[in-house]
Design a protein around this ligand. Structure first.
Ligand SMILES: [Zn+2]
Length: 331
């Protein structure tokens, strides 16, 4: 039996021709972790076979439930008496997902470290085989890293140092995962993270991961980042640098301090850190600056209003639908 007939036929052909052409036939091996002696169905991904339970697959996956309802035709190949289901997914994806289905869901608890490849497997197979809880849980976990609200974005920044010690993934890799599984709603935060930490040169040419390998972005993401960066740079919020409307409330001359703040702003703006409070030098400089108390409060409120405005309009900068539209989309 097969989910992808052509795949299974190809494997059957390979088995038939095995004696004639050993050199071109992949060696089929049994998964060490996912092979249950009381399993009653064998799933084959690439050259790896998993012996599992029909009842588990039917319970977890709407696609398998429908398929396993259909009686197996006579003469189909079996392994240890179990029918064989061939799929075109990677063995790694199925290994990751079977570990979760059999051993639990701790890998994607919002408070714990996570593995991006495991989340990607959950999203890929969860979507393809209708394993809804895998999809929902993995997306929820990713959304902790790539928020859709400014409050959560700020919180992610608060937690950044703590997280950095346990797991670090390249900003480009998050974008690649979102493209792979078709999630648009988390792209604005992923794009913003790319802009904050990488130059345009890296966006187009690739950027180095911690292990020395190079991360690249899809062409569509490169274009979105170039366009978004350009639009955001044209929106530098500098109105808070003006003299306060009611200058009588300012006891000193804050002109020089405002000029110093402008210099800082110009320096950090190319990386658009103004949206991120913890990474925003301007924000800190504001409170260390010699502005009077009155002007500091005005500047603080205006910077906060600018951040909120930019965040609310963020998807549009990258030619994405509005937050409202993006949040409606389950995928
Ligand atoms: Zn002042």
């Amino acid at each position: 039996m097969s989910l992808e007939t052509s795949c299974c036929q190809a494997h059957k052909r390979k088995r038939t021709e095995e004696s004639q052409s050993m050199a071109s036939t992949p060696v089929i091996r049994r998964s060490e972790r996912i092979w249950f002696d009381d399993g009653n169905i064998v799933l084959q991904a690439e050259a790896t076979q998993f012996r599992i339970h029909k009842s588990l697959m039917s319970r977890q996956s709407s696609v398998f439930r429908d398929m396993l309802d259909v009686p197996q035709p006579e003469g189909e190949a079996t392994v240890d008496g179990c029918e064989v289901v061939c799929v075109t997914d990677t063995a790694e994806d199925w290994t990751n997902v079977f570990i979760i289905l059999y051993d639990g869901v701790k890998v994607y608890r919002p408070s714990s470290p996570f593995s991006l490849p495991v989340l990607q497997s959950m999203l890929r197979l969860g979507k393809k085989y209708g394993i809804d809880h895998l999809w929902d849980s993995a997306k929820e976990r990713l959304a902790v890293e790539l928020p859709t609200t400014l409050e959560c974005w700020d919180k992610a920044y608060d937690d950044k140092d703590k997280k950095a010690k346990t797991h670090v993934y390249h900003a480009f890799d998050f974008v690649n995962v979102l493209f792979d599984v078709g999630i648009k709603s988390l792209l604005p935060a992923a794009y913003l993270a790319c802009i904050e930490s990488h130059s345009l040169h890296e966006v187009f040419r690739g950027a180095e991961r911690d292990d020395g390998s190079i991360a690249h972005l899809p062409f569509e993401a490169q274009a979105a980042l170039a366009i978004g960066r350009n639009k955001l740079c044209c929106e530098v919020p500098v109105d808070w640098l003006k003299e306060p409307d009611d200058a009588r409330l300012c006891p000193g001359d804050c002109y020089d301090a405002r000029f110093q703040l402008l210099r800082v702003l110009v320096r950090v703006w190319p990386r658009l850190e103004v949206i991120s409070p913890q990474g925003c030098s301007v924000f800190y400089e504001t409170f260390k600056s010699p502005l009077c108390i009155f002007c500091k409060e005005i500047v603080r409120k205006k910077i906060e209003a600018s951040r909120r405005k930019l965040w609310n309009e963020l998807p549009g900068y990258f030619d994405l639908p509005s937050w409202e539209e993006l949040r409606k989309d389950r995928y």
